[in-house]
Design a protein around this ligand. Structure first.
Ligand code: PEP
Ligand code: MN
Length: 369
């Protein structure tokens, strides 16, 4: 299956969203009052189109609140008829899917702890076969774009066309400012490979605390992600799950007010951007040609070293080169860390080529000249 050509229904055709989708609601449905109060306030804001609530909660460790289960599905149906908001719940088993379908839920999402398991994803996908329901697939807890893409493909294979990914960050054991590191390169890679899959960012589970939500939300817009899923609770401190990261509906409205929606498609009159991009294209072309020329010389040196039986890695020269290049680069306004990484990468590739020459008499590219 080529992810480039997936036949996906654009978000705005089914989620009633404008330029970007806003999905909000409590981490967990706790009571009918809590659900209806939150949904009413969110509907009042006017920018939220999907109401989310976890009703079967996948808990990392046993003993914590596991959600209100089927009873909460009735409250979600009430939200829908009272506010007109679309409703979304997390599903972790085929039974959850059946119950959600029976209660007219509009969107189901597959959680991060479920996406990691292809067997369960397959079972959930089978339960979705032949339905029109919308499905969102959260990234797996570990930073593996293929596992994420695989889950999306399994859902696509059963005929689901209202499909999106949710970027909720990636777990790391190491301490970091984030609850789950955003690692934007992963959703960007997913977009590169599957450009038609919309991606909703979940700043709540990425940041784990309210202060970091606005920054993540803005970054999501700047990186052309397609919407936001934010956890909202009328009384965050007393929430039964994820109390540290939930915000009130009023705070959500403030955050939405503060976001800057920058234009995605520069107009055809925007020739400044066009001119600058052409310059970048030209410079990149030169950069690649210079790199290729450098590698050709590396190969020549490799052949010489082989002939004279000289070792490939000459530590003294490498150290000296690195410090000289960093000095020159920093004087040109480039960051030391960036220079170190790029020079190391070029050096590693040079060693790899010379190693091939030592072993086979030529680097993989030598035959092409
Ligand atoms: C959630 O959205 O409430 C949830 C459980 O998230 P995740 O699967 O991203 O941990
Ligand atoms: Mn949560």
């Amino acid at each position: 299956m080529d992810c480039k050509d997936l036949d996906i229904v654009p978000l705005k055709h089914w989620a009633g969203s404008g330029d970007y989708l806003v999905m909000a609601g409590p981490c967990s449905a706790e009571s009918r009052e809590q659900i209806l109060e939150t949904a009413t306030q969110l509907a009042h804001d006017g920018r939220v189109s999907i109401f989310r609530a976890g009703i079967w909660k996948p808990r990392t460790r046993p003993g914590a609140f596991e959600g209100m289960g089927d009873a909460a599905l009735e409250w979600m149906a009430e939200v829908k008829s009272l506010t007109g908001l679309l409703t979304a719940v997390e599903v972790g088993t085929p039974e959850h899917v059946e119950a959600a379908l029976k209660h007219g839920i509009d969107v189901v999402w597959i959680g991060a702890r479920t996406t990691v398991n292809p067997f369960i994803v397959k079972e959930i996908a089978e339960a979705l076969r032949g339905t029109e329901i919308a499905v969102m697939v959260k990234n797996p807890v570990n930073p593996d774009p293929n596992l994420w893409m695989g889950a999306i493909e399994r859902v696509y294979q059963v005929g689901i066309r209202r499909l999106a990914g949710i970027h909720r960050g990636f777990y790391f054991f190491k301490k970091s400012p984030w609850r789950n590191a955003p690692m934007w390169e992963i959703p960007i890679e997913l977009k590169r490979i599957c450009p038609r899959i919309p991606i909703i960012t979940d700043p709540s589970h990425i940041s784990g605390k309210p202060e970091l939500i606005p920054g993540i939300a803005q970054k999501s817009l700047d990186l052309e992600m397609d919407g936001l899923m934010i956890e909202v609770h009328p009384d965050p401190v007393n929430a039964l799950t994820d109390s540290a990261q939930q915000i009130t509906p009023a705070v959500l409205s403030e955050i939405l007010n503060s976001l800057k929606l920058r234009s995605r498609q520069p107009s055809s009159f925007d020739d400044t951007l066009e001119r600058l991009r052409l310059e970048i294209d030209k410079l990149d072309q030169e950069l690649l040609e210079i790199l290729a020329r450098r590698m050709n010389i590396i190969d020549e040196i490799g052949l010489y070293k082989k002939e004279k039986s000289i070792t490939i890695l000459q530590l003294k020269r490498w150290r000296q080169m690195l410090s000289e290049r960093i000095e020159t680069g920093t004087s040109l306004g480039l960051e030391e860390e960036f220079l170190t990484q790029i020079l190391q990468l070029v050096h590693e590739e040079s060693i790899r080529r010379q190693q091939l020459i030592m072993d086979n008499g030529r680097s993989n590219q030598t035959s092409k000249g």
